[in-house]
Ligand binder design. Structure first.
Ligand code: BGC
Length: 749
């Protein structure tokens, strides 16, 4: 596919540069084949292509349907022998021999499990995301899977929502860059390569804004916010050549995404020129009935297809109802033709007509050394050092005995995180195993978990953990969430540590030994209390197969942490949604608020001032977006701009010196934020526009340059036009979203 050559150059410039070449590159030969095949198809065969089933196990029963041309795609088949058997029926026994598209949710690895996407986002390293997706594609395609339902690029600003684990966090730009990298990794250099799998950016769109962080819930995202915040990652994914898109479950302002012609046709097809497949989410066509948007299956099919859906996942309303809808003239046959063209086009681009079968004899690529090494690198880069008092980390040579405690220290299944259908826990390396294996000659390890699992309320084990701690120089406490606590439908109203984990940390802290708390979780948890009691806190969003060695190397100083929070950590659930890129109120918090404990009894109504903050939590979060420490320290020099007045076609060049002022070689994620001071509509207080990872030796200093085209300051204005509005801008280059000194520039007409 020609488009893919184009990708590398575009990746770092995404999302605002349009790399879409889709229409120009429409391969005429493929289009001719599609049209020729389409002209031979009966209406029923066309509708059959629009039907995706989830494997129901019985090959004979599925074969009957495949032979009749009633199935276009099957999800959840992972055995190459079975995949080939089913494919053989499609290719050799159905009238037109159209191959099946075999799909599976390969979200952050097939067998070799990488950190959950939220962890990958914490690396601020698109090469990690790309490599993770590539490894997943190589492993998954080796069993015949040619379509994954990833990347999930829903902007999520509510950690109660369990699916925050599956995405890249709260930020539009970070998600755009990481999502595009994942698309590139899944699809490789050419979609037709047998090791490429079609990506499926999801969930289109707005799903992450579910009210109350409650999965499947309604969203209310007005068009401007949709365009400024939620759509850009999807546009970047489309520009990166994503072959398919998935609609989301939510209704936005009353319109379920699966029946929303504005987003599926006007935006996706007309504005972005998307030529691939739009698939529903699992039964989301039929679920428009309980939504109250369709009266029955027939109306659900009608609304989904007329809105621009091409393929229905599992709910059979298309197969059952489209024939009569076409006959009644309610759905035009040309609408069906267009959907089938989209499906066949991708099947051709995947090379399925030429090479429908997977090589059953190929030596296994699962858990290859290179895959494990890549997964380890991802886990290392994704770990975020949130606190490191008195530089307790890395552990010093004087540490002779470590007490390894906590329910996540040796939980091979749990550390893989959500959406792991195929990863095998026996391949997981846990922190306990890794510490013993890799550092057992340096330290004595006493293991006493204290609790059996993260929700365990049984406190009887805590005293044993405390006794172990008393014999150790340092306590390594592994706490967090089991994998079932995040992911689809797994929402929480309380984000404190579950079970008796808080009691465990409190009891350990009482020993007076330094507590190093390592949190493995699917979301940011409200860990302020535990952080206060700990000397150091390392946060590792479920780190996957190689999480143990990665964490062990960080704790013992072989690796230096460089991860940054891809999402704001609230102090309390009540602060949610807490995100850095909010608009300002007319009465912004002054950051000198009088909090509950200081408010005098019978205080006067206005004596606290009238600004925007919580009396119990204040305004600021526990950790802001983009935050993360290193073992070394970095000094940012003054920021220099190429000009302080720019025209709309100019490129702003931002330079600054970054110096490693500490004792370790380390990598800093330098971040560039801007603020558009006055707009025709209010603008966020800060927006991330660039980031880069800079590695420096102790004492080393580098001049770093960011190039920011002024065109990337565009937003959807009062007239819903994407424009750069002239005026004053603030700019920060900093270690996180709350730091840095502001410099100013102006954009003029
Ligand atoms: C999820 C999707 C997933 C699909 C197929 C749905 O429940 O929302 O993200 O891809 O199932 O398994």
């Amino acid at each position: 596919m020609k488009t893919t050559k184009f990708l590398s150059a575009c990746l770092l410039l995404l999302p605002f540069m349009s790399c879409t070449q889709v229409s120009d590159t429409k391969d005429k030969a493929v289009e001719n084949k599609v049209d020729k095949l389409l002209s031979k198809m009966t209406l029923e065969e066309k509708i059959g292509q629009m039907n995706q089933i989830s494997s129901f196990g019985n090959i004979e029963e599925m074969s009957v349907l495949i032979k009749k041309g009633e199935i276009g795609s099957i999800l959840n088949e992972i055995d190459p022998v079975r995949v080939n058997a089913l494919q053989r029926v499609a290719v050799e026994e159905s009238r037109l021999g159209i191959p099946l598209l075999i799909a599976r949710d390969v979200i952050h690895g097939f067998k070799t499990i990488f950190p959950i996407p939220l962890g990958q986002a914490a690396t601020f390293d698109p090469s990690v995301a790309e490599e993770g997706a590539r490894v997943a594609a190589v492993e998954a395609s080796s069993v015949g899977i040619r379509w994954t339902f990833a990347p999930m690029i829903d902007i999520a600003r509510d950690p109660r929502w369990g699916r925050i684990a599956e995405g890249c966090g709260e930020d539009t730009y970070l998600t755009s860059v990481m999502g595009a990298a994942m698309v590139k990794g899944f699809q490789g250099d050419s979609l037709s390569s047998p090791s490429s799998i079609a990506a499926c950016p999801k969930h289109f769109v707005g799903y992450g804004a579910a009210e109350g962080g409650l999965d499947y819930n309604s969203t209310f995202i007005p068009e401007r916010r949709l365009r400024n915040v939620y759509l850009p990652p999807f546009e970047a994914a489309a520009n990166a050549g994503a072959a398919t898109f998935m609609t989301s479950f939510n209704d936005n302002d009353g319109i379920p995404a699966t029946g929303n012609g504005f987003i599926l046709k006007d935006v996706l097809r007309k504005e972005w020129g998307f030529e691939g497949i739009v698939v529903t989410d699992w039964a989301s066509a039929k679920e428009m009935i309980p939504h109250g948007f369709a009266a029955d299956d027939k109306e659900a099919a009608l609304k989904a297809v007329n809105a621009g859906v091409d393929m229905e996942m599992v709910s059979y309303t298309f197969v059952n109802k489209l024939p009569e809808l076409v006959k009644e003239g309610k759905v035009k046959e040309e609408t069906i033709n267009e959907a089938v063209r989209n499906i066949l086009r991708i099947k051709y681009r995947l090379g399925l007509f030429d090479h429908p079968y997977v090589d059953e004899k190929k030596p296994s690529v699962m858990y290859a050394d290179a895959h494990l090494a890549a997964a380890k690198r991802a886990a290392v880069e994704s770990a975020i050092l949130l606190k490191n008092d008195k530089r307790v980390l890395p552990l010093k040579e004087t540490v002779r005995t470590v007490a390894v405690v906590g329910p996540l220290a040796d939980a091979p299944y749990e550390q893989m995180g959500t959406w792991v259908f195929d990863g095998d826990k026996t391949h997981t390396k846990t922190p306990l195993a890794a510490i013993k294996e890799m550092y057992g000659d340096k330290v004595q390890v006493i293991f006493e978990p204290g609790l059996a699992y993260s929700r365990d309320h049984t406190t009887s084990g805590i005293s044993k953990a405390v006794a172990a701690a008393a014999r150790a120089d340092v306590i390594l406490a592994f706490v967090g969430e089991e994998s079932i606590l995040s992911g689809e439908a797994h929402c929480l109203a309380d984000l404190n540590l579950q079970g008796a984990q808080s009691e465990l940390i409190a009891a350990l802290a009482k020993t007076g030994k330094p507590v190093v708390t390592v949190v493995m979780a699917g979301r940011p948890l409200t860990i302020g209390k535990e952080a206060d009691l700990s000397a150091a806190v390392l946060y590792s969003f479920h780190p996957g197969t190689m999480g143990g060695p990665a964490i062990a190397d960080i704790l013992f100083g072989k690796e230096v942490p460089s991860g940054k929070t891809p999402v704001t950590f609230p102090k309390m659930v009540g602060q949610i949604p807490a995100y850095y890129s909010h608009n300002n109120s007319g009465r912004p918090a002054m950051r000198n608020e009088t909090l509950l404990k200081d408010i005098p009894v019978e205080a006067g109504q206005t004596s606290l001032g009238c600004t925007s903050f919580y009396m119990d939590a204040g305004f600021d979060p526990l950790y802001p977006f983009g935050y993360g420490l290193s073992y070394t320290t970095f000094k940012y020099g003054d920021v220099k701009l190429s000009a302080d007045e720019l025209k709309k076609n100019d490129v702003l060049i931002v330079t600054f010196d970054l110096e490693n002022t500490g004792d370790y070689e380390g990598t800093e994620v330098a971040q560039l934020y801007v603020r558009d001071k006055v707009g025709s509509v209010t603008r966020p207080v800060k927006e991330l526009k660039r980031f880069t990872r800079v590695t420096l030796k102790p004492g080393e200093k580098k001049t770093v340059t960011f190039e920011l085209p002024v065109s990337e300051l565009a937003f959807y204005n009062i007239n819903m036009e994407k424009v750069v509005e002239p005026g004053d801008f603030g700019l920060w280059v900093a270690t996180d979203s709350q730091s840095g000194n502001e410099v100013s520039f102006k954009v003029v007409d």
